[in-house]
Design a protein around this ligand. Structure first.
Ligand code: TEU
Length: 522
């Protein structure tokens, strides 16, 4: 691939800084912790990192409520620390993506505070969605928030003359911007340029299918669909004008040398999501339909085929991910215990064998399970609004085998408790074990790179998906390599060809259950 299209074949490692490594011992991970562990990240063989929000924030939604888009939260460090991180990553050939949150902000953002103070009818309020409710005290419309509960809160509940409400698709601490006001777009141009000028290689865009709401904010006639505990309201998502925002951002990203990457969190079905990666919009959008799948060959083949159709229709490859800080960890989703680990191994080898960029989430390389965080320790605002808790995927990373310093995470009481036995899953425990998930992820990424260098894997390949024998699924890359995942109860015959790789040892010419193999045509 041309040097400026590195993302087409890249493996990017998602770092959730508050749970990665805590250098100052306050129980919360920080940028210095990331700086100290950059050599570890580089040792995985990945091409870059995506850092989830570390900007100034009251941390109601763990940083996804941003009160200053252009500064580092003191909990995580300083802008100077960020610059050091960026320089350190670049010197290890790691690209750096930062998170941009344009759908909503924090109630503590100066512009939102100014809007509350300025009162109804003011230009300040027009930066957000303020509206009068009904005479009987109900909110302006019937929308519910993604996290549960009404999507509206009163701006000044104590006031008798100011009875306006403001819209928040997520928690009440996260007011939505009014993207129909051109001043909002101009403000975000500056935010985008601030990070790109600092030298970041790209941005991950939070709720990229949000931003615009249906004109006039009409009542919704449909009950929102609930996926992974999140409520999706079609009137609040995937509105046509949002595509102009990405055309505008793409022009900005392309002004830089080399061009910068735009990757969107577009949590939509394949065909709708792929529209965000048309040639003049985003470069990548995560394949959420795939990330949500359980252990089912039928489902993988079906969604794989949908993604391939979307690629052909709109012209850009799927971007693969199985885990992130919002989803239940793969080990747990696929069955937990030894079976779950074996399937998570097979799944990561499958993903890394598919054509297109691939994102891994910190701890996935350790086969960490989702943790059942004790109710009194949960911190997720979604949990507090009656939804599921995403804390189970956010527990601090175990670096060392002994419990001291929270298994090497840091000296303070960690912001989420680490469970018993966490040290057995640590980096230290897996480092010298050739049968570990850590060893598998490293060697799989290395082989993927070699196959790309040798032209066995190529950027931009399509892929055919079909059901194989006895509960297996086969993805045949255009260049000929087949990724075969055994998801049934019995071992299956492998297609003819040379075995390039497998997630666990094969059984003669047979693929055992819960195993992935890469097969090259002879
Ligand atoms: O998650 C976004 C999220 O919840 C949506 O993709 C949701 O599935 C969709 O709106 C339903 O249509 C991101 C972050 O990853 C998450 O941690 C934050 O809590 C959330 O945004 C709010 O910023």
């Amino acid at each position: 691939a041309p040097a400026d299209q590195w993302w087409d074949t890249a493996v990017v490692y998602e770092v959730y800084p508050r749970s990665f490594a805590d250098a100052d011992g306050d129980g919360v991970g920080d940028l210095r912790g990331v700086i100290e562990r950059l050599p570890y990240i580089a040792s995985l063989g990945v091409d870059g990192i995506w850092l989830t929000p570390f900007q100034r924030s009251p941390q109601v939604d763990q940083g996804y409520d941003v009160s200053d888009y252009c500064d580092v939260d003191p909990m995580f460090g300083t802008l100077a620390d960020f610059d050091e991180l960026l320089g350190g990553a670049h010197s290890l050939d790691l690209r750096v993506l930062v998170d941009l949150v344009p759908n909503h902000t924090s109630v503590e953002h100066p512009m939102f505070r100014a809007a509350v103070d300025a009162g109804p009818g003011s230009p300040e309020r027009d930066m957000f969605h303020f509206a009068e409710g009904s005479a009987d005290g109900a909110p302006p419309n019937n929308w519910v928030s993604v996290f549960g509960g009404p999507a509206w809160s009163r701006a000044r509940p104590e006031s008798h003359d100011d009875t306006e409400w403001y819209l928040h698709l997520f928690s009440p601490a996260q007011p939505d911007w009014n993207w129909r006001n051109p001043a909002v777009a101009e403000y975000f141009d500056d935010v985008l340029r601030f990070w790109l000028d600092r030298g970041v290689d790209g941005v991950r865009i939070d709720v990229a299918h949000g931003l615009y709401k249906a004109e006039g904010l009409p009542d919704s006639a449909v009950v929102p669909t609930v996926i992974d505990g999140l409520r999706s309201n079609p009137l609040a998502m995937d509105q046509e004008p949002v595509h102009d925002v990405y055309r505008r951002w793409r022009r900005i990203a392309d002004e830089y040398v080399p061009p910068r990457l735009l990757v969107g969190e577009v949590n939509l079905e394949p065909d709708r999501a792929a529209r965000y990666t048309r040639p003049d919009e985003l470069h990548q959008a995560f394949a959420f339909a795939f990330a949500r799948l359980g252990w089912s060959a039928g489902a993988w083949a079906q969604v794989g085929a949908q993604l391939e159709l979307a690629r052909r229709t709109h012209g850009s490859a799927p971007t693969w991910a199985l885990e992130n800080h919002d989803l239940v960890r793969a080990v747990t989703r696929f069955g937990d215990g030894a079976v779950g680990i074996r399937r998570a191994r097979a799944a990561v080898v499958a993903l890394l064998g598919l054509p297109g960029g691939c994102y891994l989430y910190q701890g996935q390389e350790l086969a960490l399970p989702d943790v059942d965080v004790p109710v009194e320790s949960r911190r997720d605002p979604m949990w507090f609004r009656g939804g599921v808790s995403r804390d189970g995927a956010r527990v601090p990373i175990p670096w060392t085998s002994k419990s001291a310093d929270s298994y090497g995470f840091g000296g303070g009481t960690p912001w989420l408790p680490t469970p018993d036995g966490w040290g057995r899953r640590s980096v230290e425990a897996q480092e010298d074990d050739s049968a570990s998930m850590l060893a598998l992820v490293r060697s799989t990424i290395r082989l993927r790179r070699e196959l790309l260098d040798d032209g066995v894997f190529a950027a931009g390949e399509g892929a055919e998906w079909e059901l194989g024998e006895d509960g297996s699924v086969v993805c045949r890359r255009e260049g000929g390599v087949m990724v075969v995942v055994g998801m049934g109860d019995i071992a299956v015959a492998l297609p003819d060809g040379e075995v390039l790789w497998s997630s666990d040892p094969l059984d003669g010419g047979l693929l055992p259950p819960d195993t992935t193999a890469w097969i090259a045509p002879r």
